[in-house]
Design a protein around this ligand. Structure first.
Ligand code: PBG
Length: 322
């Protein structure tokens, strides 16, 4: 035997030297859930260790995460049912607590990167990402609503808007509206290849945002399709997206790889709530070792080609790598 691959694995130092994929806290984006009120830290039952925070406690939480080295966050609002309507008007209302929180977080921590969610579902009485009429999700009438939402978030000081709705043409519409309003520096991370997945369950519990009727299959992608992700990605790049996202991540490693090979912009992967919940559950049962299985899962997204990862594991990973 003149070729022995094991020689390159003979010590920890050598293994580290020839390591192909790097994973650090700087690659992670931490999703946080916001509720109106004060002194609230409400655990999400289907997503242990993750909470709906009121702004006062959220500011403290962000401070502790910043101290662990987490510099990028995505914020999702849990909107009370009374503020929901068919056209998601609360999403750009003057007194919107989410917009106020963006302002406060960015003025308290000017150096962090804060990303928003642009989609109707948290604010929609129908629980859909677009306008619903006679059971249909309307595409073009949804676009101005998304743009108003994005401009309101930009006014509040957001760094990146994240359209997660999957309407056709929304990236271009949002880009134009941001630019006309003077927000040429606000970035767009587009949820480009977002699949109609069962793995969003705990997230919908967190926001109470599940569709009231029907499903999301006329706008989110069919899990069976891969080449279609290239159409979505190309459109988003041409419409002005700065980064493309694949979502979910774990069941879609091939799609992450495909996007990385085909586009020059950064590719991000959303390690969604259901994927994290599975691992939490296995760990709680003693079936998997959380502290080794969790970083292994995150590493797989980087190996597949993700430049950055949205993950509920961000804080735990940061603690392990302190
Ligand atoms: C909705 C949205 C969803 C997620 C992020 N934005 C759920 C959905 O499309 O129904 C899911 C994230 C997760 O599961 O962690 N615009």
């Amino acid at each position: 035997m003149n070729i022995r691959p094991r020689r390159n694995r003979k010590s920890a130092a050598l293994r580290k030297m020839v390591e192909e994929t790097k994973l650090g806290t700087e690659h992670l984006i931490y999703p946080l859930f916001l509720v109106d009120g004060s002194n609230i830290k409400d655990e999400i039952k289907s997503l242990p260790n993750n909470f709906r925070w009121s702004l006062d406690l959220l500011l403290k939480e962000i401070e502790s995460c910043v101290n662990l080295g987490i510099m990028t966050y995505v914020l999702f609002p849990a909107i009370p049912e009374k503020d929901k309507d068919k056209t998601a008007t609360y999403s750009y209302a003057e007194d919107n607590f989410y917009l106020h929180a963006i302002q406060k977080i960015k003025s308290t921590f000017p150096h962090i990167v804060l990303m928003s969610d642009v989609a109707m579902d948290p604010y929609s009485s129908d629980g859909h990402d677009g306008l619903v009429e006679n059971g249909k999700i309307l595409n073009d009438p949804t676009l101005p609503i998304l743009s108003k939402m994005a401009v309101a978030q930009a006014q509040a000081g957001i760094d990146i808007v994240g359209p997660s709705d999957m309407m056709d043409g929304r990236v271009g519409h949002i880009r134009e509206s941001l630019d006309i309003n003077g927000f040429t520096d606000v970035s767009i991370m587009s949820y480009s290849a977002k699949y109609a997945s069962a793995y969003y369950g705990p997230f919908r519990d967190a926001l109470d945002s599940a569709p009231k009727a029907g499903d999301k299959k006329t706008y989110q992608m069919n899990p069976a399709n891969k080449r279609e992700a290239l159409i979505e990605g190309e459109l988003d790049v041409l419409e002005g997206a700065d980064m493309l996202m694949v979502k979910p991540a774990l069941c879609y490693l091939d799609v992450i790889h495909l996007m990385k090979e085909n586009f020059e912009v950064p590719i991000t992967a959303y390690n969604v709530s259901g994927e994290c919940a599975m691992l939490y559950a296995a760990a709680q049962n003693g079936w998997l070792d959380y502290n080794t299985a969790m970083p292994e899962m995150l590493l797989s997204f980087r190996r597949a080609g993700a430049d950055a990862i949205l993950t509920y594991f961000a804080k735990d990973f940061a603690k392990l790598n302190r």
